[in-house]
Write a protein that binds this ligand. Structure first.
Ligand SMILES: NC(=O)c1ccc[n+]([C@@H]2O[C@H](COP(=O)([O-])OP(=O)(O)OC[C@H]3O[C@@H](n4cnc5c(N)ncnc54)[C@H](OP(=O)(O)O)[C@@H]3O)[C@@H](O)[C@H]2O)c1
Length: 274
C-alpha cells in the first residue's frame, strides 16, 4: 500500500474505526490527521493513536492527499463549503462515507472534476469486521481507486460496485443488516428462554451459533441453501422448524423489509439534497 497523507473529517464512531484500523494495519500515524468539534475527543485520539488532531477542518485537509468525510449527512454541506477552497487548490482524493449523500450532490458542492469515492460501511466496522461497498466516479484513476479500497479495508471487508444506485440496495442489506441479525438473535434468544433455558445460556448459545454459521458460510465452498440442507435431516428437528418459517413466508417478509429500507434510503437522499 502506498502511504499518503489522510485527513479524516469527523472523528466519531466511523472516524475512529478508520483511524484504529489504519494504525493497526501499520499505517504510519504521522500521516493521519483528524478533525472534530470535540477537543476532548481529539486529545484522546492523539494520546491513543499518536495521530495529528486539529479542531479546524481546513487545517486538517491543507496537506492531505486523501480527505475522508466521516461527518453526519445533515452537516455534510456545511463542512464541504468550509473546506471547498482547499479542495479546489489541493485536489485530493475524496472519500465520503456519509449515508445518503450522492456523488452528483458532492460534485455540485466541490466541483465536477474531483476524484470521488462514495462508500457505505456498516456498524461492525468498529471492530474491524465491517462490510463496506464503494462506488468510484469516472474521474478516479486506478491508483486512486486501489488506494481508496486499501484505506476502506481498515474497516473490514470491501466490495466495489459498478454503479451508484446499487448503494441503496447495499444500505438495505449490509448497512441496515446488523440490525436484522440482532433482531433475529433476540427473537431466538427469547424463544429459547420460553423453552426453559436460562437467559445467560440462551444469550451465549444464540451468539455463538450466529458467529459459527456466519464463519462457516464465509469459509465453506457450499451455497447457503446447501449448508442449510446439510443441517436438516428428513423428518428431523431442523426441518420441523424450517417448515414453520416457510409456512409463515419468512423470505417474503425479508424481501418486503429490504424493499422498505431501500425506498427509505432513496427518499432520505432526496431530502438531504433539498
Ligand atoms: N455508524 C454507522 O454504523 C455508519 C454506517 C454507515 C455509514 N455511516 C456514516 O458515517 C458517518 C459518520 O457516522 P458516525 O456514526 O461515525 O457519526 P458520529 O459518531 O456522530 O461521528 C461524527 C463526528 O463528526 C463530528 N463533527 C460534527 N460536526 C463537525 C464539523 N463541523 N467538523 C468536524 N467534525 C464534526 C461529531 O462531533 P459531535 O458529536 O460533537 O457532533 C462526531 O464526532 C455518517 O455520515 C454516517 O451516515 C455510519
Amino acid at each position: 500500500m502506498t502511504f499518503k497523507t489522510i485527513a479524516i473529517i469527523g472523528a466519531g464512531n466511523m472516524g475512529e474505526s478508520l483511524i484504529g484500523g489504519l494504525c493497526q494495519n501499520g499505517y504510519p500515524a504521522d500521516l493521519i490527521w483528524a478533525s472534530d468539534t470535540s477537543a476532548q475527543k481529539l486529545q484522546y485520539l492523539n494520546e491513543t493513536y499518536r495521530i495529528h488532531t486539529v479542531s479546524d477542518n481546513t487545517a486538517a485537509v491543507s496537506s492531505a492527499d486523501v480527505v475522508i468525510f466521516a461527518v453526519k449527512p445533515q452537516i455534510f454541506k456545511a463542512v464541504a463549503m468550509d473546506i471547498r477552497d482547499v479542495i479546489f487548490k489541493k485536489r485530493p482524493l475524496i472519500i465520503s462515507i456519509a449515508a445518503g449523500i450522492r456523488t452528483a450532490y458532492i460534485r455540485r458542492l466541490l466541483g465536477d472534476d474531483i476524484a470521488l469515492v462514495r462508500a457505505m460501511p456498516n456498524m461492525p466496522a468498529c471492530i474491524g469486521c465491517g462490510a463496506t461497498a464503494f462506488y468510484a466516479i469516472e474521474t478516479v484513476s486506478v491508483d486512486e481507486r486501489n488506494l481508496a479500497e486499501s484505506i476502506l479495508r481498515a474497516l473490514g471487508m470491501v466490495v466495489a460496485l459498478p454503479d451508484e444506485t446499487a448503494l441503496d440496495a447495499v444500505t438495505a442489506l449490509s448497512g441496515s443488516g446488523p440490525a436484522y441479525f440482532f433482531h433475529m438473535m433476540a427473537s431466538l434468544e427469547n424463544a429459547a428462554i420460553a423453552l426453559g433455558l436460562s437467559s445467560d445460556v440462551a444469550h451465549l448459545l444464540t451468539i455463538q451459533t450466529a458467529l459459527g454459521a456466519a464463519r462457516l458460510a464465509l469459509e465453506s465452498n457450499h451455497s447457503l441453501d446447501e449448508l442449510r440442507a446439510s443441517v436438516m435431516s428428513k423428518g428431523g428437528t431442523t426441518e420441523a422448524a424450517i417448515n414453520v418459517l416457510e409456512e409463515e413466508q419468512i423470505s417474503v417478509i425479508y424481501k418486503k423489509a429490504m424493499l422498505a429500507a431501500r425506498t427509505r434510503s432513496q427518499h432520505l437522499a432526496e431530502q438531504l439534497e433539498e
